[in-house]
Design a protein around this ligand. Structure first.
Ligand code: FPP
Length: 252
């Protein structure tokens, strides 16, 4: 079967994928844009631009396959350490993406959410994100979570502060603090945990992504750089996921 994946030919996922066992929530660390660009003697920002094209394809394909939540790690709390020009290029790409795509996303039933604290983002980004969330707020086909200024540790620190505040205001009691309650104080409140986390581009680490939520996620890595990642790779990841034995710490 692996031979199929090595060929350039697209394969028919209907023949292979179990459509009743498509992950409900897929999260992706969109890695490798910089290296992709470097290989082509292009500025890093061109790698990110190419990465946006992949986002378009993968959102569409995820919806077509019946994925209900797609979370994309677009800017981490650590990405501020990058050169100012790269940070600015990413912000511009985000604005461009939202301006260009929001109507199409809306037509396709995509609901846009932000995971992360966008307070520090440029006004143009915030305005366009809020507009996109507002326009798509009623959609139910697929949730597109954009993780922006997101960090798993930061998310937990923030949750602890909110919990302490609610304790002080007697809105909650210490004895009621449990996993479910904590899940309600983080950005993914009300969403299922990711079933599958995909990281292209050869690195095999979590990089501060969805630390609480990934407790029982299946991981899938690939050497393909994000700009080269396509629908077949997504299907390949899903097929691999479908062959995993998820026991959640129990016994089957
Ligand atoms: C990681 O690759 C990628 C990022 C930090 C940014 C991802 C952003 C986009 C794909 C575009 C902007 C987002 C939206 C939602 C429009 P890297 O730069 O770390 O690659 P490298 O490891 O090869 O250097």
């Amino acid at each position: 079967m692996l031979e199929i994946f090595k060929s350039k030919k697209r394969y028919k996922e209907e023949l292979i994928l179990d459509m009743n066992n498509v992950p409900k929530h897929i999260a992706i660390i969109m890695d490798g844009n910089g290296r992709w660009a470097k290989k082509r003697n292009l500025p890093r920002s061109m790698g990110h631009k190419a990465g946006v094209e992949t986002i378009r394809k993968i959102v569409k394909e995820s919806k077509r396959l019946g994925v209900k939540y797609l979370t994309l790690y677009a800017f981490s709390t650590e990405n501020w350490k990058r050169p100012k020009e790269e940070v600015n290029a990413l912000m511009k790409l985000l604005v461009l993406y939202l301006k260009k795509e929001v109507d199409e996303l809306n037509k396709n039933g995509v609901k846009i959410n932000v995971l992360g604290d966008i307070e520090k983002f440029p006004t143009e980004c915030k305005v366009n994100l809020e507009r996109a969330m507002e326009i798509t707020s009623k959609n139910v086909d697929i949730n597109l979570n954009l993780a922006l200024n997101y960090g798993g540790r930061d998310e937990l620190v923030r949750a602890v502060k909110f919990i302490i505040k609610d304790l002080e205001e007697a809105k909650i009691k210490t004895e009621n603090i449990n996993e479910e309650l904590i899940s309600n104080y983080i950005y993914t409140k009300g969403m299922p945990d990711p079933d599958l986390i995909i990281r292209p581009s050869g690195e095999q680490r979590i990089s501060n992504f969805l630390l609480w939520q990934c407790a029982y996620s299946e991981f899938w890595y690939s050497d393909i750089a994000w700009p080269d990642f396509n629908e077949d790779d997504l299907q390949k990841a899903i097929l691999d996921y479908q062959n995993r034995d998820r026991r959640f710490g129990g016994i089957k």
